[in-house]
Ligand binder design. Sequence first.
Ligand SMILES: Nc1nc2c(c(=O)[nH]1)N[C@H]1C(S)=C(S)[C@@H](COP(=O)(O)OP(=O)(O)OC[C@H]3O[C@@H](n4cnc5c(=O)[nH]c(N)nc54)[C@H](O)[C@@H]3O)O[C@H]1N2
Ligand SMILES: Nc1nc2c(c(=O)[nH]1)N[C@H]1C(S)=C(S)[C@@H](COP(=O)(O)OP(=O)(O)OC[C@H]3O[C@@H](n4cnc5c(=O)[nH]c(N)nc54)[C@H](O)[C@@H]3O)O[C@H]1N2
Ligand code: SF4
Ligand SMILES: [Mo]
Length: 757
Amino acid sequence: MADKAKKTLCTFCGVVDQVTVEDGGRVRATGSLGVCVKGAHYFQKHLSADPTEVARFTSPLLRTPYGWEQISWDYAIDMVADTVLADRQEFGRDALACYGVGQMTLESLWLAKKFFQGHLGTNNICSNAEQCLANNAGGHELVFGNEGPFAAYDDYREADAVFFYGHNPAINHPTVFQRYVRRNRDAVKVVVDPRRTATVERLQADDPRTIHLPVRSGSDILLNMIFARHLLDRGAVDRDYVARAVDPDSADAFVRMVTRGPYSLDEAVPRLTPAGMPVEEMRSRVLRACRLWESERVVTTSSVGINQTVGSSGVASILNLHLLTGQLGAPGRGHVRLAGQSNASAELAMGYSGRLLPFRMRLSDPEHRARAAELWKLPAWRINPAQGLPVASFATSERLRTLFVFGTNPARNFPNLAQWRERMMDLCVIYVDSYYNPEMLEYADIVLPCRTKHETSGVFLNGERRLQYMEAIEEPPFEAWSDVRIVCAVARRIAERLAGAEPPDVAGLSEDDVDALVARGNGDLSARALDEAFRYPVDEYGEVLSEPVWEEIQAASRGFYNEFCDGTGRPITLADIRSGEGVQWGGERRYTRTGPDEEVSFPGVFAADRHRARFHLPPPERLVPFGERNDRQFVLITGRGGMGPTARRRDVAMFNSATATGEALWPAANSVYVNPADAGRLGVTSAQRVRLSNDLGSLVCPAELSDDVPRGHLYLTFHPDHAGTHPNVLTSSDHCDPHTWQPLLKDTQVDLEPLPS
Ligand SMILES: Nc1nc2c(c(=O)[nH]1)N[C@H]1C(S)=C(S)[C@@H](COP(=O)(O)OP(=O)(O)OC[C@H]3O[C@@H](n4cnc5c(=O)[nH]c(N)nc54)[C@H](O)[C@@H]3O)O[C@H]1N2
Ligand SMILES: Nc1nc2c(c(=O)[nH]1)N[C@H]1C(S)=C(S)[C@@H](COP(=O)(O)OP(=O)(O)OC[C@H]3O[C@@H](n4cnc5c(=O)[nH]c(N)nc54)[C@H](O)[C@@H]3O)O[C@H]1N2
Ligand code: SF4
Ligand SMILES: [Mo]
């Protein structure tokens, strides 16, 4: 056990709570938020644990014809460097891909981006934010021209009304829910979710005024158009704010669309009401919610219920309402981002997407490419202008040969899973994780055991833009390397292999020139540049040096809208990040309201590039709820946790693939929840086995009847079970958000067929 009390962070979910682990292993919250069972159990179980008891990889592994062979780190780095060089030379720069988890430190995200995109010239560098939070960033970009969220958890305490869109914080962000949301007893809460979730139950038990809107899957934008119409009809909009802050053409177009389209309560409410629910009941709830938008202070949150169905347009439709009512930039007003993974916001800021450069510069813009090269001290031709692949298309592309996976479990959590698994058989997969994961071992070729949370130090950017520092509180009991050390070691080994070779010293090389150099023994790479860039982040013992890496990131961020400065414009230092509860990039609130006559403008990718906000006009296909576009009987919602009161504690305790939180809580088999009316029609009884299928695949699991799922909808968790149920065999790699490429996982259509018992 730890010898004395040690302060660090819990870095599972995007809340990122501060915890202290006391002598004897007791875990207590040190921040203002608290700690949930995941955080508490993690430290109790993992500190000073026997690595085999917590299913750790304890040595690098190499797949051989005779099975897994333990190899030394030195040999492993040799193998990785040689594979990268050989595949690159034979198949080109973009044969290489990197897929990262949103729990990596900011230092490792920055260095991996620089290595893969900058030095090696592949734009296939993505992360699981592209399955998760990317559409929240996308929605902000559509309306404000930049991705940053603009409110903070404190705003929950100040609000008069709080709207949750597709978000179940009682399970998924429990500390914010307990200490911020539930503590504000005065605010009326609205939960927009087809399912009656634990969040709805808790909030209704706290306060009968709580409104649950169990809208049909995919109708959130339609709902927001109803709100907008109501506000415009009642004149309850902030015309002054709109005139000062919003592009007038977009305002005219939006008002026209809302007032002329079929968005009155009478026209639109029947369309979003699920079968079996009286339209009058829904109408009265929607009307009450409309009126809440007229409150003094309104806070909204959206999460993957929106991001994975209506996508960035869905988020933008919420932001439209904030613009229309001027509900932003003041206490208790704004859209709060609750990130899924602890550092998902850092992945967004670092531009983890096949079309983005750091700080969300666009790959398609030659000036942005030149700027990225400058940040990384590389010649401009170094940045490959060819866009990378969307994460979802990894499953279907022939381009890839070698895939680095840092954490994250693509053998479970990817769309079009069956095809993707088949595809992985052809790839060389280099898998970096702390925990033994039998699913990934089927596909990995080289395994590198990395340090786990309490053995790693580094910076985390949480959902409310707070930068905090995770302190390593224990040494690993065997040789586990940090992600930073791994990236730097591979980069420097490649430099050694190049034996001092340098590319021609010319200002401009064409794409063809670069390709020809790559094919001739990786002649585009610079041994000197690789060595210089990846020498300084680790000391001679392999420990990460956060100070110089942070300084590099902070300096690189200058001039961008997400410049790492505090609310007063002062650069944020690592000392600021390490002290107290860290520091918020940009201060507590963005887009602070100005005086009545002042024009309001918003930064773009660059801070100096000011412009007005724009209302987003949702495309017609995102205004059609499930029920009006069915090819199949049901929409299958996948999400976190089971349903019913017994599942609650287990649900809070399990995190995504549940590797670090352990197998002990996995149920024997996950059930698909079916509304009793649908079950009766199809002859399905409780615990009966059913088959779910569509064009992509099928799975068999037990059914459970629940009134908490509306008719026409099914619910199945994607958390693991011992039966190996994989909902992602049914999700599509083609059905993606156009702005961000995020797959719309929760908008999945299936048929259900009972099987003989
Ligand atoms: N305990 C625990 N906490 C976690 C995680 C975990 O695995 N376990 N995972 C973390 C991660 S990575 C993430 S991304 C977050 C996710 O946090 P949440 O977004 O709360 O997660 P989900 O349960 O996937 O989905 C939320 C809700 O979206 C609803 N939904 C589905 N379709 C629609 C729709 O069309 N409209 C609306 N309005 N709602 C819809 C679902 O019914 C579901 O209740 O949680 C984080 N926190
Ligand atoms: N059908 C369906 N599919 C989904 C979703 C859904 O709602 N429905 N949700 C999607 C969402 S929102 C997400 S976020 C993904 C989650 O999918 P994953 O990213 O696959 O899930 P995790 O379990 O969070 O992370 C996997 C691994 O990362 C490792 N890890 C943690 N920290 C580090 C680190 O610092 N370095 C390294 N190298 N490894 C580390 C952990 O040990 C763990 O084994 O799933 C997506 N897939
Ligand atoms: S899992 Fe999230 S809510 Fe729970 S302690 Fe960790 S950071 Fe906090
Ligand atoms: Mo996520």
